[in-house]
Write a protein that binds this ligand. Structure first.
Ligand code: ADP
Length: 158
């Protein structure tokens, strides 16, 4: 059984993340979307809110499970027998950070491979932070996020 993990902050999930999740779900028997609960990172949405938004958005994808864990990502992957981690790549600017993370993770556990999926061109400019910025100033984010996320953003800022 091929098991993959797609880790991220998902603060909040965007259509760019969803595109990666849908495409990755076709490559694995089971895909875990791992929502990081990093207390050093300030997030707009709580861990429970981020989990809820992802679970609601992904409920039709039967081989995808949304989870969180306090373990290091490689440790979590090992604990569920996943040997592949997925990351999305948008622009060249993502590359340096992602290369660093992938290399570090490889040092921590060389049995786990990081595989990158290139963003579809329509989402290559899209990030959770830009969506939050637009929503904060009352802009229309409906083309960038699922409806439930649009509503959650509205509720946060109004
Ligand atoms: P993190 O804080 O771990 O970078 P994010 O939720 O911002 O968490 O992103 C998780 C992963 O999804 C990262 O690999 C990021 O590059 C990727 N990603 C984010 N937005 C997009 C997008 N629009 N298209 C493709 N990949 C994306």
């Amino acid at each position: 059984m091929k098991i993959g993990v797609y880790p991220g902050t998902f603060d909040p999930v965007t259509n760019g993340h969803l595109d990666i999740i849908k495409r990755a779900s076709q490559l694995f028997d089971k895909l875990y979307v791992l929502v990081s609960n990093n207390i050093n990172k300030t997030t707009l949405f709580t861990i429970d809110e981020r989990l809820h938004l992802l679970k609601e958005t992904l409920k039709e994808l039967t081989n995808v499970e949304v989870v969180t864990s306090n373990l290091l990502t490689v440790e979590y992957a090992k604990s569920i027998n996943a040997n592949v981690m997925i990351r999305g790549l948008r622009m060249v600017s993502d590359f340096e950070y992602e290369l660093q993370m992938a290399t570090l993770n490889k040092c921590l556990n060389d049995q786990i491979e990081t595989i990158f999926i290139m963003s579809s061109h329509e989402y290559s400019f899209l990030s959770s932070s830009s969506v939050k910025e637009i929503a904060k100033f009352n802009g229309d984010v409906s083309q960038f996020v699922p409806q439930i996320v649009e509503k959650a953003l509205y509720d946060k800022y109004h």
